[in-house]
Design a protein around this ligand. Structure first.
Ligand SMILES: [Zn+2]
Length: 342
């Protein structure tokens, strides 16, 4: 028997049809696990070309390294049919998707495309929010509604900034508050948006020749692993900030404080080359095991070293998060070491 929400005429089933790399697991107690309907906005401006489900799926899978797109259901104001915004059904509600960390297993992720710090909910979008909300209540899916930033640990997030409670009641956009004022753009600065990494920012700006290494060099006080939405980083002046010293490139590899092994290292490998890799990872704060003796530098490529390498790859080589050390990872690790003055 189909759920009421599945019968909504503006719903388009995209389950299994978007880019993925594996699949999310099932919720422990199935649909009964869902207590909370969590409302998000995509933080991408409606006017931006990448404001569409295919781009989100690509970002979540290829950049963030997640198995599938983050949200179960996505409302798209740019595709209106019969006066209602299209609702894309992206991840089966029985699955535990990644959108609210520790609360994933009890939460249903619903995203309205747009950056509602500046965009405004329109009438077709309000209608679809209301239809979906009413259908989910009828189906008994979830008991509470919360914004992303009302979930434990997310009070710092700008998500969602539209009033979902008002959206459930208002039938016309005319009764909603007028759109917020554009956050003031400071020349040369960039404000971190949901899902951003140094790598994704450099990729967006690639046409200008900006690299991850430039961003690291221009922002010495910023930890690339701990970017927060709303945080500003130096972008405009970052280009070409990273300049390897000419004499450095002449230095024989053995003269480096952390010489890197060549070839491929993976789980099961042992020896000096593994120690070299572990020391280099620890030097840039990706410790194999921070609490162990020598911070886990033991010459054995086990699960801890693989985890440390994956964490490094998530930030610097996110198109290749495989826990295997090879030429691409070596190149990035070398650059990060250089940027830290090693
Ligand atoms: Zn969110």
């Amino acid at each position: 028997m189909a759920y009421a929400f599945e019968k909504l005429p503006q719903l388009v089933d995209k389950r299994g049809k978007l880019v993925h790399n594996g699949w999310y697991g099932k919720r422990k107690n199935g649909i009964a696990s869902i207590t909370t309907r969590v409302w998000h906005h995509s933080l991408t401006k409606l006017s931006a070309g990448g404001s569409k489900i295919e781009s989100f799926a690509d970002f979540h899978v290829r950049t963030n390294g997640w198995p599938e797109i983050a949200y179960h259901l996505i409302i798209d104001p740019k595709h209106v049919v019969n006066g209602k915004a299209t609702i894309y059904y992206c991840v089966d509600i029985s699955k535990r998707s990644y959108h609210v960390g520790n609360s994933n297993t009890i939460s249903l992720g619903i995203c309205v495309i747009g950056d509602y710090r500046t965009d405004q909910l329109d009438t077709p979008t309000l209608k679809s929010i209301q239809d979906l909300h009413a259908a989910l209540i009828k189906d008994g899916i979830g008991k509470y509604d919360k914004a992303h930033n009302e979930m434990p640990g997310y009070s710092w997030k700008d998500c969602c900034v539209y009033s979902y409670q008002k959206a459930f009641k208002e039938t016309s956009a005319d009764n909603l508050p007028v759109k917020g004022t554009e956050p003031e753009e400071v020349p040369g600065l960039y404000t971190i948006q949901e899902g951003d990494t140094f790598w994704s920012i450099a990729l967006k700006e690639k046409k200008d020749g900006l690299t991850v290494e430039d961003l690291i060099a221009a922002n010495p006080d910023v930890k690339p692993t701990e970017l927060k939405v709303g945080q500003t980083i130096k972008l405009g002046a970052a280009k070409n900030n990273y300049r390897p010293m000419p004499e450095m490139s002449k230095k024989p590899e053995s003269a480096y404080q952390y010489p890197l092994p060549s070839g491929v290292l993976k789980k099961g490998t042992r020896g000096d080359s593994v120690s070299q890799l572990q020391k280099a990872l620890a030097a840039v704060h990706f410790y194999p095991n921070k609490n162990a003796k020598n911070q886990g530098v033991d010459g054995i490529f086990g699960i801890d070293t693989e985890n440390a390498l994956r964490r490094f790859q998530m930030v610097y080589v996110p198109y290749q998060v495989d826990g295997v050390y090879g030429p691409n990872t070596k190149e990035k690790l070398q650059a990060v070491l250089k940027s830290k003055g090693y």
